[in-house]
Ligand binder design. Structure first.
Ligand SMILES: NC(=O)c1ccc[n+]([C@@H]2O[C@H](COP(=O)([O-])OP(=O)(O)OC[C@H]3O[C@@H](n4cnc5c(N)ncnc54)[C@H](OP(=O)(O)O)[C@@H]3O)[C@@H](O)[C@H]2O)c1
Length: 303
């Protein structure tokens, strides 16, 4: 079985690859794309209140003829229009045209208002009301998770986070808290190293592994994410790529492959951090020069 189900701490299971609707906009386009994904064999849709295409995802699901039990549907509380969690989940299930979502997430810790414990207690009520089978969070760091866990009656089933080899090391504290509490990690934007950050240290090992396995580099990145135990949330407008992602579930990376990707990822992360530091220093120097220039102009002594 290429992409197995992963058991959640709620007792339900989540398909380990999902199709995301973030960038699809609204109207007929996302309906067609979600339908294409379902036709291609995806059985897990990831949407959010702020993507503004829950209704389209729901239409595609209903038009697919699949039964409710066959498709795992996630949506997120994004604080859209200033609505609270209770109002938002009712709107979301109505938009989707279903009675319950499989997974309901707080999209970001900054949306957990007035504070994380209070917002999480509202999420627990959503689950108790049967509107979500599992509840979880997204973009929570290790400290946010600890705050939540300190008061939770129900542990979050997942934390959906940015995860790819260039951020793997910085995300490790989150992975550790999640593992210790049986919280599944969902990885989004796993393909960033090739879509947004090509030309980095990962290019060489990804190309080498892909060529050796007769795969594509996006497939190797998804296989790496799977090897880290995370659920993949990805997307594509192209059927051929959607099929390729599914086929990536059969790719078995060796420990050497994983180590090579980890090492290149860590190198890229160091370079990115160095660039950010340099940019901050340069910005600081510019501000300093501007202040010094202004002081000289106005004859103000600063030393
Ligand atoms: N919780 C959160 O805060 C959060 C944040 C971001 C994303 N997400 C979720 O994760 C989903 C996926 O996010 P993402 O779009 O950032 O993920 P991704 O999986 O990193 O990227 C998918 C994109 O990569 C492109 N792509 C794939 N292979 C490629 C290749 N070989 N060369 C060039 N382009 C390639 C695809 O374009 P084509 O259409 O051309 O194939 C597609 O648009 C979202 O829809 C959303 O559901 C959640």
């Amino acid at each position: 079985m290429p992409w197995d189900l992963i058991r959640l701490n709620s007792g339900y299971s989540i398909p380990s690859i999902g199709f995301g609707t973030w960038t699809l906009g609204n109207g007929q386009g996302p309906i067609d794309q979600v339908e294409q994904a379902l036709d291609s064999g995806y059985n897990h849709i990831d949407t959010a209140q702020s993507y503004r295409n829950e209704a389209e995802a729901g239409t595609a699901f209903h038009e697919s003829g699949l039964s409710r039990a066959d498709v795992f549907i996630t949506t997120k509380y994004s604080g859209t229009n200033g609505l609270d969690i209770d109002t938002s989940i009712h709107n979301s299930v109505t938009n989707l045209g279903i009675d319950y979502v499989d997974l309901y997430l707080i999209h970001s810790p900054r949306l957990a208002v007035p504070d994380i414990p209070t917002a999480w207690a509202k999420m627990e009520k959503v689950k108790e009301a049967g509107l979500a089978r599992s509840i979880g969070v997204s973009n929570f760091d290790a400290k946010d998770l600890q705050i939540l866990l300190a008061s939770a009656k129900i542990k979050p089933a997942v934390n959906q986070i940015l995860l790819h080899p260039y951020v793997y090391r910085q995300q490790l504290p989150i992975l550790e808290v999640a593992a210790a509490n049986n919280i599944v990690i969902e990885a989004y934007s796993a393909l960033i190293p090739i879509t947004k950050l090509p030309g980095g240290p990962l290019d060489a090992p990804l190309d080498e592994i892909a060529t050796r396995l007769g795969a594509t580099t996006d497939q190797v990145l998804l296989a790496w994410t799977k090897a880290k135990g995370a659920v993949v949330v990805t997307t594509s407008s192209k059927k051929i790529r959607l099929q390729g992602y599914l086929a990536a579930g059969d790719i078995e990376l060796t420990q050497e492959d994983i180590d090579a990707i980890d090492a290149a990822g860590a190198l890229g992360e160091k370079r990115m951090n160095a660039k950010v530091t340099l940019r901050k220093l340069a910005a600081g120097a510019l501000v300093g020069a501007a202040v010094f220039g202004a002081c000289s102009y106005f004859n103000i002594r600063i030393l």
